[in-house]
Unconditional design. Structure first.
Length: 87
């Protein structure tokens, strides 16, 4: 990723998502109610979407701008590939 403005925020959110996943694992091991597990999984999914948005914004602000300046159309193609993989 290189140096980006939001690296610390991304790492914090990844830690939070990891904590949620560990909680989900423990809930399943403990035989907790499926609806409770699904709620926690929803929180994990939301956190991953938010992390993806931050990284995509950084990618646009830094990587794509630089790539377009240096590589023209190839920079845009790289952005399209990244978005296709994300979605």
């Amino acid at each position: 990723m290189g140096e980006h403005v939001h690296t610390k925020a991304v790492l914090n959110r990844i830690s939070r998502a990891t904590g949620h996943m560990n909680s989900v694992k423990k809930m399943i091991e403990d035989g907790r109610d499926c609806s409770e597990v699904l709620i926690q999984l929803s929180a994990v999914r939301a956190e991953i979407v938010n992390i993806s948005k931050i990284i995509l914004k950084d990618h646009l602000d830094h990587c794509v701008v630089k790539a377009v300046k240096e590589n023209g159309e190839e920079g845009i193609k790289q952005l399209q590939e990244a978005i296709d993989k994300l979605l």
